[in-house]
Ligand binder design. Structure first.
Ligand code: FDM
Ligand code: MG
Length: 212
């Protein structure tokens, strides 16, 4: 165990397949934390508001084509461009609840057949989340939830491969959450986990770097 550092906000990532309920749970967690007087913000990757984010959005919308390696590096650069703001927020005590991060980056590109280690390399050195909460749902069940949209990657066969790549990314911060239940039930599982991590980080849990 590393020595305690300065008090800070927690960095919590929600991961999972499309339609696993990440965005809903992120919003609910932030509302919950704020109602408890905890400074918190909802973030998401890709962040489509930046110049790089706009290139990514156009690619996902099939309005442009990009080489698989190039777009992988764009997704990664989109995290790097937010790194200093992220670290500043955490330092000032704001908890960040983040919808997708480097785990999506690796799982989705590896699902196209690129080597795992190559996919991980550009993420090395980014702030590591304190907890990765993986909303686990069978791809078929996710599809039944009103179906996927029209975006690139929102296809059953591809989502199956992505799920198998996610499985290989489990580390010490990773927790599987059964996401087949209703939104309130899932939220009830997440809250105590997040509460505990907010306390731990307030007490100075050192921020580590990918990959821990
Ligand atoms: N995605 C997301 C990636 O391929 N790499 C990444 O690094 C990230 C963060 O982008 F299909 C994929 C995952 C998903 C798509 O994400 C858009 P949202 O959460 O559906 O906006
Ligand atoms: Mg999506």
């Amino acid at each position: 165990e590393a020595e305690a550092g300065p008090s800070r906000g927690a960095f919590i990532v929600l991961e999972g397949l499309d339609r696993s309920g990440k965005s809903t749970q992120v919003q609910k967690l932030v509302e919950y934390l704020k109602s408890r007087g905890v400074e918190a913000e909802a973030w998401r990757f890709p962040d489509r508001t930046t110049a790089m984010g706009k290139m990514i959005a156009s690619y996902l919308d099939s309005k442009s084509e990009l080489d698989d390696c190039a777009v992988h590096l764009l997704f990664s650069a989109n995290r790097w461009e937010k790194r200093s703001l992220m670290e500043a927020k955490l330092r000032e005590g704001t908890t960040l609840i983040v919808d997708r991060y480097s785990y999506s980056g690796v799982a989705f590109t590896a699902a196209k057949g690129l080597p795992f280690d190559w996919c991980k390399a550009p993420e090395v050195g980014l702030p590591a989340p304190d907890a990765v909460l993986y909303l686990q749902i069978p791809p078929e069940a996710a599809l039944e939830r009103g179906g996927y949209g029209e975006e690139r990657y929102e296809k059953l066969d591809f989502q199956r491969v992505v799920a198998s790549k996610y499985e290989q990314l489990r580390d010490a911060t990773w927790q599987d959450i059964d996401a087949r239940k209703g939104p309130d039930e899932v939220q009830a599982v997440l809250r105590p986990i997040v509460d505990r991590m907010v306390q731990t980080c307030k007490q100075g849990r050192p921020l580590s770097r990918l990959w821990p």
